[in-house]
Design a binder for this molecule. Sequence first.
Ligand code: MRU
Length: 337
Amino acid sequence: MEAIRWKDSTLYLLDQTRLPTIEDWLRYTDYRQVAKAIQTMVVRGAPAIGIAAAYAMVLAAQENVCKGNFPAAMSQAKAVLAASRPTAVNLFWALDRMENFWLSVGPDLPRLEEEARAIHLEDIQMNQAMGLAGAELVPHGARILTHCNAGALATGGYGTALGVIRAAHAQGKVSMVYADETRPLLQGARLTAYELVRDQIPVTLICDNMAGCLMAQGKIDLVVVGCDRMAANGDFANKIGTYSLAVLAKHHGIPFYTALPSSTIDRSIPNGSCIPVEQRGGEEVTGLAGVPTAPLGVETWNPAFDVTPHQLLTAAITERGVLRPPFVESLSYSSGR
Ligand code: MRU
């Protein structure tokens, strides 16, 4: 399964706002439209946002290669893309990598395209590597809880948290995956359940407020989630609700893991308090699929992410293996930002 394609110098994105009922591929030739697709979550998930932005920089180069002042036009494109969503560091990592590349090779379209493709391909390879590393942590007969969607749709392919689950399932270790529906935008119900059902991995969909009860009944062996940005000390941002799960897991003595590629590590910030958390519109809270579920005019609070302190994290699963506390030391290898 994939959500991003590059063909004939054109970007195609699977519209994730319409899944699981409609599979619609949208075509992009203008980087400004890609910035809009990131903002409106046609494409979402930290690594996928970075990959889409890398291809968008190729679109910007195509538009400006024959015009004067290529550097200024590329800087403008980078700024527009960087303003699309603030939390996932992969966006800024990919934009910096593309910028460094064109600064060194100049307006060389085939090579820029090759670099964006490399970012895409490397992401899939990192996911497969972290899948194998993470599967080692999964006991036989495991009942696993996950939140949001950290799957093929959120990445170049295969997935981070779902990559671990896919690898463990291939080894015959997974007895059940519990997928939180993940309000307000239902990435767990619409995307994670969709991926797992398609791959015939056993999945049970639950409402977010059922996780604690499942844990209390002894029905969860481990939790694995994705990550949007990890600070140098191991604090990390992920979909809103992740922090509550981490607290619940700690209380019940259940291992709590995040899976992330090195492009999600931001060692330029010392801890989670420095992570910019995106605030989204109240209409996501006051309605479901466009249908109002709350009284008109009610106040809302809608942070798209929360920050889980490293003290609640059992280990971080990366393409280089499983990192354990103290994370300041185990993360120091990283080539992230
Ligand atoms: O708002 P979203 O859907 O982009 O949030 C996605 C998540 O929080 C994922 O868990 C995270 O990006 C990791 S994806 C491999």
